[in-house]
Design a protein around this ligand. Structure first.
Ligand code: ADP
Ligand code: MG
Length: 702
């Protein structure tokens, strides 16, 4: 149960004074709207922080007010000059002066009665707004504030500026935020007192209130202690949640898998290459986990082509040596099949029984596989998320390997591991993820890194070409195909609309078909699984020489003799994605190249991003740069990961806090795993506050 003290914050925004259903709905464009609600929560308003300030402290006197500057003037009202009758497009002017000069306060479509009351002749007033000079005369159009000298205290000298949305004025928003703040209770402190002292953290409520009342630029800086305190809270909630999930999985006691190495040896022999130093190191780390009586939860991070598959297979081997089974799950049909074809022969050479199960295995074949699986007559089952289904029962699942994890989530991770009572989990990702993101999205995992590539890999020559020179590129493709090369041609991402993507791919396919003197193929997301496979197979076998594709080939697809990668509208892709795509070539013995076609003119960031692609093939570096240039949300994709859900913390700016939060969370889980202590109770509130549902579910489960 959510602590009742939080109820006022979890109420819909329309409970706040001055917010009706209309504004509440508009605020939904600005603030997160929870699943079961049709408007944001009060909490969302309280967390909606100003990004800058308006400084009204400048009081230079009329004659010295700089053009365009916001100033506050103390003036005496001299006379009113209403709009001439019937000519409301001529503004209403109020003239005023101070000891330095005269100014016109200018109002369009204003009510005369209201102005006479607000700016009485003979009165001394404080007015604040932007001064503009016309023909040597200063004007202030619609002053932001007009108060009498007696009410000078009502004039805010520094005003916070909030991100806005259409239809909600700054005034309305500000008022709503202030009402929301009144509903923020002073919550029991969950931060460690020593940490708070070291970091200069104030209490939660005080920090929030201060952030909404900035006094100067430093107060809206991401590094001020109030902001850092809230960022820390958010990060801590995230790390605590991940830590609790991890503990839950580890607690359901693991098993000791210590094989005799017999199967692994046969696989190595069949593989025929020496493993790289990084592969051996990762296998040692995995082996050490497997031998421990705890569950393994390990992330195997490796750039495209770094050789994760053989590592996974050997890890499976040692589990199978003890008599258990292994599963390998991929996010797409194509990838599942590819894993099956690449590990199948090795596994079979080592005497293992391997099968595949996806949505496409139906009827009798499916029944057979399921029966064999539960009878323990299958050693390795490769598949898609079809493996999550209830009907899929292993006799004894010892290791689940999940490829390309970031497409799944913590929840699915739990589901698959529930298939085996004590099974280990190895997650593989081909997206090199910056360290900070590993922590936020995979904080619950140990990490092995394949940071060197198998030998013999040739660098991919990367060039950027404006789309205006498309004809030259087509000509080059034509010649290359004639010379026996194989080409990938990636079509532009047209928004996130699959139909448009398909249309543009089909168009390009038709155009290229006319000029390339060899069979070419098309593969896109609207095609059925077996159609896609057939096209991919034909390309792999060489029946097709050029493959036009949307990004369905993005991950993992292996055609070693493809040597040219053309990517249209490269500026629209994420760097990680470009890197993935480029990794499709340079896999064989021939020199490869990657042509990034871009639409001119390129913005500064887009330019920098493409330049990085030319400069380096180091996926980890590319990922770091991508994070720097674009921010975290884009990298993992907003929906798939929790990483983009941060409202107060910025991974780029608060990376130091993230590290502290991780250590803090570890310690908390070690000494008070069920959050029963005083601090533990406060931390429960923190989890609710940041809606860390997965952790809350675990708390409830006891
Ligand atoms: P990824 O990490 O992208 O999944 P793969 O496991 O598909 O990479 O490996 C890419 C290619 O490199 C495969 O053809 C694989 O057989 C080969 N490979 C992997 N490890 C080695 C090695 N140690 N020596 C030689 N080739 C290797
Ligand atoms: Mg792979």
């Amino acid at each position: 149960m959510r602590p009742p003290v939080l109820d006022p914050l979890f109420a819909p925004v329309s409970v706040v004074d001055g917010i009706g259903p209309r504004i509440a709905k508009l605020l939904g464009n600005l603030l997160p709207v929870p699943d079961a609600m049709d408007e944001p929560r009060v909490l969302g308003l309280a967390f909606h922080l100003p990004h800058s300030i308006i400084d009204r402290r400048k009081q230079p006197g009329i004659a010295f007010a700089p053009e365009g500057a916001i100033v506050t003037l103390k003036v005496r009202i001299d006379r009113h000059q209403p709009s001439p009758r019937g000519r409301s497009n001529v503004p209403y002017r109020v003239f005023a002066h101070d000891e330095t000069g005269e100014i016109a306060l200018v109002f369009f479509h204003a009510k005369a009665a209201w102005l006479e009351k607000s700016l009485p002749v003979g009165e001394t007033m404080l007015v604040s707004g932007r001064v503009e000079w016309f023909n040597g005369r200063p004007n202030m159009v619609h002053p932001d504030h007009m108060v009498s000298e007696a009410n000078a205290a009502d004039l805010p000298l520094v005003e916070p500026v909030y991100p806005l949305t259409a239809g909600v004025t700054p005034k309305v928003l500000r008022k709503a935020v202030l009402s929301a703040l009144e509903r923020v209770p002073d919550l029991a402190e969950w931060d460690d007192p020593h940490l708070a002292k070291r970091q200069g953290f104030e209490r939660f409520r005080a920090s929030l209130v201060n952030l909404h009342a900035p006094r100067d630029e430093a107060d809206v800086d991401l590094q001020n202690p109030f902001r850092r305190r809230l960022a820390y809270d958010e990060l801590l909630a995230g790390q605590l949640a991940l830590g609790m999930v991890r503990r839950k999985m580890k607690k359901s006691a693991g098993r000791v898998f210590k094989g005799d190495g017999a199967i692994a040896d046969r696989i190595r022999e069949a593989f025929g290459h020496d493993l790289t130093e990084a592969q051996e190191r990762s296998l040692l780390e995995i082996g050490a986990d497997q031998e421990k009586p705890e569950r393994m939860l390990r992330l195997l991070q490796g750039d495209v082509g770094s050789g994760k598959t053989i590592v996974a297979l050997l890890a499976m081997a040692s589990v199978i040596e003890t008599g258990a089974q292994a599963a390998m799950m991929a996010p797409t049909e194509i990838l599942a099949r590819q894993h099956f074809t690449s590990i199948g022969p090795l596994a079979e050479a080592a005497g293992l029984r391997i099968r595949i199960l996806t949505g496409r295995e139906k009827g009798k074949a499916r029944e057979d596989t399921l029966a064999a699986l539960s009878a323990g007559e299958i050693d390795i089952l490769v598949g898609t998320h079809a493996l999550f289904q209830d009907s899929v029962q292993f006799r004894d699942l010892g290791l689940a390997v999940v490829d390309e994890q970031h497409r799944f989530g913590v929840h699915q991770r739990l589901l698959l591991s529930a298939k085996g009572q004590h099974s280990d989990m190895l997650v593989m990702t081909a997206t090199p993820i910056p360290r900070t993101l590993v922590l936020t999205a995979y904080g619950d995992m140990d990490v092995s890194k394949l940071d060197t590539k198998p030998p013999g890999r040739k660098p991919v020559h990367t060039v950027t070409v404006p789309l205006g020179r498309l004809d030259e590129v087509v000509e080059r493709a034509r010649n290359a195909v004639a010379a026996g090369q194989k080409i990938y041609w990636i079509c532009p991402l047209v928004e996130e609309n699959e139909d448009l993507k398909v249309a543009s791919a089909e168009e390009r396919f038709d155009a290229l078909k006319k000029v390339i003197n060899a069979p070419i193929g098309l593969v896109h997301g609207r095609m059925k699984g077996d159609e896609k496979d057939a096209v991919m197979r034909a390309f792999k076998q060489g029946d097709l020489r050029l493959l036009v594709a949307t990004t369905v080939i993005e991950v993992g697809v292996d055609v070693p003799d493809a040597t040219i990668m053309v990517i249209e509208h490269a500026e629209r892709f994420g760097l990680a994605q470009l890197h993935q795509l480029r990794g499709r070539v340079g896999r064989g013995s021939d020199h490869s190249s990657c042509l990034l076609l871009y639409k001119e003119p390129l913005g500064e960031i887009a330019h920098a991003r493409l330049a990085i692609m030319r400069e380096t093939e180091d996926g980890f570096r590319i990922a770091e740069e991508d994070l720097r240039l674009r921010g975290e949300g884009e990298i993992l994709g907003t929906r798939q990961s929790g990483a983009a859900n941060y409202r107060l913390a910025s991974l780029a700016d608060h990376a130091d806090l993230l590290e502290i939060a991780r250590d803090d969370a570890r310690l908390i889980i070690e000494i008070d795993p069920d959050l029963q202590s005083e601090r533990g109770k406060a931390l429960r509130t923190l989890l609710y506050l940041f809606e860390r549902d997965e952790a809350i579910r675990l708390l409830r489960a006891g």
